[in-house]
Design a protein around this ligand. Structure first.
Ligand SMILES: Cc1cc2nc3c(=O)[nH]c(=O)nc-3n(C[C@H](O)[C@H](O)[C@H](O)COP(=O)(O)O)c2cc1C
Length: 365
């Protein structure tokens, strides 16, 4: 399978370039007979779209999708569901000089080498954050399927630059809290943090610079026993999808790297019987043991790097003349990707969980 498709029984293929005719996805393996709330899908897409707030790039992209296959008479048919999102707001001249001048921190150079200079470099081409729009579309469908099974997904911004929110309660947040966060532009648990984060973003922008951050994501209501050991572990599937999201540079499950410095007695999640069910009294392992869910909330953090395209002058090379030069990136770029990455992270959590469930269905679970 090519690098643009992922999944076993349920697969998602992404296609398109930022300034081409359209972008989109093919979702193959959805059960027949599912029906979706398209207004909710539109709302999810809007959360990711640029231009939603004063911190985001001023370009307006409607991200209006069109279903071209796999949905008939208000139900999935069971054949590949294809959605396209036409590109309507391209300003290719913003990127004209970028053909040979490589943006440090972006995929210009690595993509130029991989595709022998034939890639559509305009607006980042296939490496553009815009290609996450069809990912959010696919995730929005997965989220609706999972919700019917009692699974809720939500996330908040744990940090932007040096500004921190408090972490999720590892034992789980309520469905209301998780769903409520999806309605916020800067989703935080300590509400006063949002303004301070906004200031951090605007201060970086004022210096023609950018800032990164950490997103914490949680899924509650997952039954125990999902997933496989080793190669298709829940951590493997989710982190494969998470690292597919542009700008994600770190992923940790449960207490993650902090576990390395602790004692076993501190990190083992003690087990108890509660109302006839097995449960744990803590959740350092983030709901996954041996690659398989243990019924506790799944919890991970994803580190998002500062936006590569910045106005500040930086050293680079010109691939046409093979000489050193400098670059100051113009065009429309967010000084912080984190708020717009939140719905993308939730989308891949939903997609990954549905893929794991589909793979497990061979066991008749
Ligand atoms: C929602 C979203 C929007 C993005 N917007 C931009 C952007 O405006 N400018 C930019 O330089 N990078 C942006 N990126 C990140 C780049 O696409 C990414 O850094 C680049 O492809 C290099 O890949 P890597 O950082 O994963 O190595 C965005 C990423 C996401 C998820």
């Amino acid at each position: 399978m090519s690098g643009n498709a992922f999944g076993n029984r349920l697969t998602v293929t992404l296609f398109g370039e930022s300034h081409g005719a359209a972008i989109g996805c093919v979702i193959d393996g959805l059960a027949p007979g599912l029906s979706f709330d398209w207004d909710e899908v539109r709302r999810e897409m809007k959360r990711r779209a640029p231009g939603q707030n004063s911190m985001s790039t001023p370009r307006k992209e409607a991200d209006a999708f069109e279903i071209v296959s796999g949905y008939f008479d208000d139900h999935t048919t069971g054949t590949p569901l294809t959605a396209i999102i036409r590109n309507t707001n391209q300003h290719s001249r913003d990127y004209g000089e970028m053909k040979y001048k490589m943006r440090p921190g972006h995929a210009d150079y690595s993509g130029y080498i991989k595709y022998g200079g034939f890639g559509d470099y305009r607006g980042g081409g296939h490496f553009s954050g815009r290609i996450t729009a069809p990912l959010v579309f696919a995730g929005a469908l997965a989220r609706q399927v999972l919700r019917k099974e009692g699974i809720t997904i939500g996330s908040h911004i744990l940090s932007i630059g040096s500004v921190k929110d408090r972490p999720f309660s590892p034992m789980g947040e309520t469905k209301e809290v998780l769903e409520g966060l999806t309605h916020e532009v800067l989703p935080v648990l300590e509400k006063d943090r949002a303004d301070v984060m906004k200031k951090e973003i605007l201060s970086a922008a004022g210096e023609k610079d950018s800032v990164g951050g950490i997103i914490e994501c949680m899924a509650v209501g997952i039954p125990s026993g999902w997933g496989d050991p080793f190669f298709d572990s829940v951590e493997s599937v989710l982190s494969h999808l998470l690292f597919s999201v542009p700008a994600v540079k770190g992923v940790a499950f449960g207490d993650g790297f902090a576990m390395a410095g602790a004692r076993g007695s501190e990190m083992n999640d003690a087990m108890r019987m509660k109302d006839g069910h097995v449960t744990t009294t803590s959740n350092h392992n983030g709901g996954i043991l041996g690659g398989i869910t243990n019924g506790m909330p799944i919890r991970f953090t994803a580190a998002i790097k500062p936006t590569a395209s910045i106005g500040k002058e930086q050293q680079t090379v010109n691939m046409s003349t093979m000489t050193n030069t400098s670059i100051s990136v113009g065009g429309r770029h967010d000084p912080c990707i984190v708020p717009r990455a939140v719905p993308v992270i939730e989308a891949v959590m939903a997609l990954g969980l549905l893929m794991i469930q589909e793979d497990d269905s061979v066991y008749g679970k």
